[in-house]
Design a protein around this ligand. Structure first.
Ligand SMILES: Cc1cc2nc3c(=O)[nH]c(=O)nc-3n(C[C@H](O)[C@H](O)[C@H](O)COP(=O)(O)OP(=O)(O)OC[C@H]3O[C@@H](n4cnc5c(N)ncnc54)[C@H](O)[C@@H]3O)c2cc1C
Length: 445
């Protein structure tokens, strides 16, 4: 057994946000062999925007990726929460001082910008090897060394042995299913009853309309809310693209179990769902080409009993899928990788000979991350309920709180709430690992 943690061989399943982050985190710590297995033939960027809050910017900056992402991102200065039906502002929360408060701005960008910068960072690391078009089929052993079977799309399955297996295989994680089944534990899906449209409009499509152009040129995140649905929107890619993402009752997937969780949506249906929203929203939805409407089912599952078995750990949506209403899903997945790399690197050299040490370090990662991510997942669900209230006393009270514009320190839209922002944005997952590792590692002996 090695006495240098950098000799431990790492396999990462999935090259999504969590997988790319984990590969980069381990490479930056000096690990020499990191194999990334990804089913898709390339990164296949989803054409959608993403919010990048200060807590993830901090991690990305340590890896040298942040500057290029920030260069084309929108530095968000405020948020406007509006009544969907009238476009009347319910709340305006200024956030001009994110950098001063948290060291980094709150940005919105294109997913390809975030994933592309991490991928570029990975390509500069000779330790990282990508195996595209190669899917994890099974985990054949979990300890002392994980053995996996992977299958290239056009080739025969083969086995690989590693020291650490990190499963960033997303919401439909094969690893989660196999691991929990082996342990006799259930992974119960929780039906959110919600689905999302994701839309990107170009400057060319919007520039003829002064109201739309103002949105595109702003540094504002706008949320139009209504009963059981809302739309969140912001500019990305140097204000050349306006990104809209919605949440509405899941009418298309509810009855059928769907393998992809996406479906080609109907423009007519989309316009009907937002039929009572204001003319500005209608004009934007009308710009979407009829054959480009795509609807995503929003999925979560009940908190897992464990994220780790032997030397195998789950990352990101595989272990803590969330509704998107707090805009923290990818951020949490990326933070997971950073925390894991820190934990494994902190195993004392004289303990590396003990085959159980790696598993214990992975368990420390779970102990560090689970309370934080569970709180954020719950907040996202709570926020969705607040945003989607129908007429009644609860909505009246919500709107009264909205009118305070965050001056009391709290806003019903938890994404925009200064107290929640402080809790999430000041969180430094790496520092936390450094400070708490020894105590937690010892407690697991
Ligand atoms: C509408 C919407 C809006 C969102 N907005 C935001 C936002 O603003 N900010 C934010 O931080 N988050 C946001 N999120 C959440 C975020 O997108 C996810 O939480 C994040 O992408 C999860 O990353 P992941 O790496 O865990 O999973 P994924 O990104 O899903 O990656 C999983 C990868 O694993 C691969 N894979 C799966 N199975 C296998 C296998 N057997 N073998 C090999 N490879 C495999 C897949 O092909 C995929 O590439 C949003 C989500 C939605 C739905």
């Amino acid at each position: 057994m090695t006495t240098d943690f950098r000799d431990l061989r790492v396999a990462v399943i999935g090259a999504g946000m969590g997988g790319l982050g984990a590969a980069l985190a381990f490479a930056k710590k000096g690990f020499k062999q990191i194999d990334v297995f990804e089913t898709a033939s390339n990164l296949g960027f989803v054409g959608a925007g993403i919010q990048m809050p200060p807590n993830v910017a901090r991690v990305l900056d340590r890896w040298g990726c942040w500057k290029e992402i920030e260069a084309e991102a929108t530095n968000v200065k405020d948020t406007s929460i509006r009544q969907g039906s009238t476009n009347v502002e319910l709340s305006h929360v200024a956030m001009p001082d994110m950098r001063e408060k948290y060291g980094y701005p709150h940005c919105t960008g294109h997913r390809s910008s975030l994933a592309g910068a991490m991928y570029k960072g990975c390509l500069k690391e000779s330790a990282i090897k990508f195996h595209f078009s190669t899917a994890l089929v099974s985990i054949d052993s979990y300890t002392p060394k994980p053995n996996i079977t992977v299958k290239p799309r056009d080739g025969e399955p083969y086995q690989a042995e590693v020291d650490i297996l990190l499963a960033a295989d997303g919401i439909k994680s094969v690893t989660r299913t196999q691991m929990l089944a082996l342990l006799g534990l259930k992974s119960e899906e929780e039906d959110t009853g919600q689905a999302a449209y994701r839309i990107m409009l170009s400057r060319e499509q919007m520039e003829h309309d002064p109201e739309m152009l103002a949105l595109l040129e702003s540094d504002t995140v706008v949320r139009w809310i209504g009963e059981r649905r809302h739309i969140i929107a912001y500019p990305v890619s140097n204000h050349t693209i306006y990104n809209l993402s919605s949440a509405q009752p899941d009418a298309n997937f509810a009855s059928a179990t769907n393998a992809t969780y996406t479906t080609r949506g109907s423009k007519k249906q989309m316009l009907e769902v937002y039929g009572d929203f204001c003319p500005l929203v209608h004009r934007m939805l009308n710009l979407v080409p009829g054959d480009e409407v795509c609807e995503w089912k929003l999925r979560i599952h009940k908190a897992l009993t464990t994220w780790v078995h032997g030397n195998v750990a789950l990352i990101g949506d595989a272990c803590h899928p969330t509704l998107p209403h707090l805009s923290q899903g990818a951020a949490m997945a990326i933070e997971d990788g950073a925390t894991l790399a820190e934990c494994v690197s902190l195993i004392p050299a004289d303990r590396l000979a003990d085959p159980k040490s790696v598993g214990r370090a992975l368990k420390v990662y779970e102990l560090l991350r689970k309370p934080h991510t569970s709180a954020l997942v719950d907040l996202a669900t709570f926020s969705g309920r607040q945003l989607h209230l129908g007429e009644g006393k609860a909505k009246e009270e919500r709107d009264r709180q909205f009118r305070e514009n965050g001056k009391s320190g709290s806003v019903p839209d938890k994404w925009a709430s200064p107290d929640v922002q402080k809790m999430i944005y000041s969180h430094d997952c790496v520092n936390e690992a450094i400070h708490k590792f020894d105590e937690l590692f010892t407690s697991l002996a």
